[in-house]
Design a protein around this ligand. Structure first.
Ligand code: KG4
Length: 339
């Protein structure tokens, strides 16, 4: 009999449900993004929770319909337990508990960060390639920048993490200074394609080990603009593309510097990237080029799996289900969890 795992993701501002079957084959992945936050320049937690409440039933229904299965065929319900916004997580958690109890199938809790790492095991076709263990995953998003050593589906170690801002925050905060809409990352990416990455030089951190830091770059970017605007009020408009390209190049340089170090330290043969910032075209190319030059295998996620999605939650839930690693009904969501 086939196995069907429903994944539910509600950690931030995307309500998503997905169904995965045997071997990690994806049957459906439905995402409802919330437009309500745009006018506020960032996610408003209270509004996010309410929108999840409105979206979750139709999103799950659609995921089951697209998968071509009835809910009574489900083998388990997997949900994101954290990290994320507590109110948002509570919606997905409560819904998953209710459905699991109603259908009398196991409940499986998923660490959102594990989900990003394991998204590389989601298959569109049965013979899609997947990473071999051990591998390194550079997880870069709006809330995290981590280098993770992945020994197995359920055995991961954080080798380095940001000590201040995440890579996505560096993109978004600098974009905000340039007057670009939130989230600024995709705007910087688009503008950077037309600019000169060497036009401006910004500060790079000098911290030992494998940890990241992006707050110095943010300050250096801010001061460059502040000083230039004193003599030329149109400085940003005139230099938009060059500023974006130089900022992006600096962030990539910082990310790749530690990635190289981690590859040397661990001796891995495979490198993967994940999280919202892994959608960045410059990051994708830099990691692909780095791996090609060193004979490493690169796993660059398809763009649909870079942002929050339930396919990765169903995938992580699938592996925990195989291990019979189920969640108790009195477990609660976490705003913060380690990998
Ligand atoms: O993983 P994610 O969807 O959720 C959070 O952790 O919040 O990541 C969102 C982050 C934002 O900072 C956004 O600006 C960034 O990912 N991002 C990008 C691109 N697409 C999304 N950053 C740079 N280039 C992109 N193309």
């Amino acid at each position: 009999m086939s196995m069907y795992i429903l994944g539910i993701e509600s950690s931030c501002d995307d309500t998503s449900a997905a169904v995965i079957t045997d071997g990690g084959l994806l049957l459906s992945n439905v995402i409802a993004s919330q437009k309500v936050h745009e006018e506020f320049g960032g996610v408003v937690p209270e509004l996010a929770s309410r929108a999840h409440q409105q979206n979750i039933v139709p999103v799950v229904d659609t995921a089951l319909r697209r998968a071509g299965i009835d809910r009574r065929q489900l083998s388990a319900i997997a949900f994101t337990r954290g990290p994320g916004l507590l109110g948002s997580l509570l919606v997905g958690t409560s819904f998953a508990k209710g459905l699991s109890l109603g259908l009398r199938v196991p409940l499986v809790d998923v660490n959102h960060l594990h989900g990003h790492v394991l998204s590389h095991f989601v298959k569109r076709q049965p013979d899609d390639r997947v990473p071999e263990f051990p591998f390194l995953c550079l997880l870069i998003s709006g809330g995290n920048s981590q280098l993770i050593f992945v020994r197995n589906y359920n055995d991961m170690e954080v080798l380095g993490a940001t000590i201040d801002d995440a890579a996505g925050e560096a993109f978004d905060k600098c974009a905000k200074v340039m007057g670009l809409p939130y989230p600024g990352g995709p705007h910087i990416d688009r503008l950077a394609t037309e600019g000169n990455p060497k036009a401006f030089a910004f500060a790079k951190p000098r911290i030992p080990g494998l940890n990241y830091s992006f707050s110095g770059l943010k300050t250096s970017f801010l001061y460059t603009l502040r000083d230039a605007l004193k003599t030329d009020p149109d400085f940003i408009t005139k230099n938009q593309a060059d500023l974006a390209a130089s900022l992006q190049a600096t962030i990539i340089d910082i990310l790749l510097g530690k990635l190289k170090k981690a590859v040397e330290q661990t001796g891995v043969k495979t490198v993967a990237i994940g999280g919202g910032v892994s959608a960045n075209s410059g990051v994708r190319k830099a990691v692909a080029d780095f791996c090609a030059a060193r004979g490493l295998e690169a796993f660059i996620p398809e763009r649909a799996f870079t942002t929050d999605n339930a396919a990765m939650v169903a995938m992580a839930g699938y592996f925990k289900y195989l291990d019979k690693d189920f969640c108790r009904y009195d477990e609660v969501p976490f705003a913060r969890v380690e990998v």
